[in-house]
Design a protein around this ligand. Structure first.
Ligand SMILES: [Zn+2]
Length: 101
């Protein structure tokens, strides 16, 4: 996957379009990522102990990688990710500024 944990991303589709956040987790099999503060779902939690009230907790749900764009840490712009392959390794590069990311 082109997006990794710890990346800053911009949401380009859906109700959270325009929001920015940090990738908390990647799900390569589903091609989804969990982004901090994005795609918040409300979950109702039942009381676990007597006398406790049920609560509504807000948890982020994963979204498709195709709905986010990586924000380049070097130039700060939302960008597509390219790859540079050398004999030793494969690097991700920013398509805007060409820097390694
Ligand atoms: Zn860049």
């Amino acid at each position: 996957m082109k997006i990794r944990k710890g990346d800053q991303v911009l949401i380009i589709k859906g109700k959270d379009r325009g929001k920015k956040g940090k990738v908390l987790r990647g799900f390569p099999k589903e091609m989804k990522v969990l982004v901090e503060g994005v795609n918040i779902k409300k979950k109702h939690r039942r009381p676990t102990r007597a006398g406790e009230k049920g609560q509504i907790v807000e948890v982020p749900a994963p979204i498709y990688v195709s709905n986010v764009k990586l924000i380049c840490p070097k130039c700060g712009k939302p960008t597509r990710v390219g790859y540079k392959v050398t004999e030793k390794a494969k690097y991700r590069i920013c398509k805007k500024c060409g820097e390694e990311i």
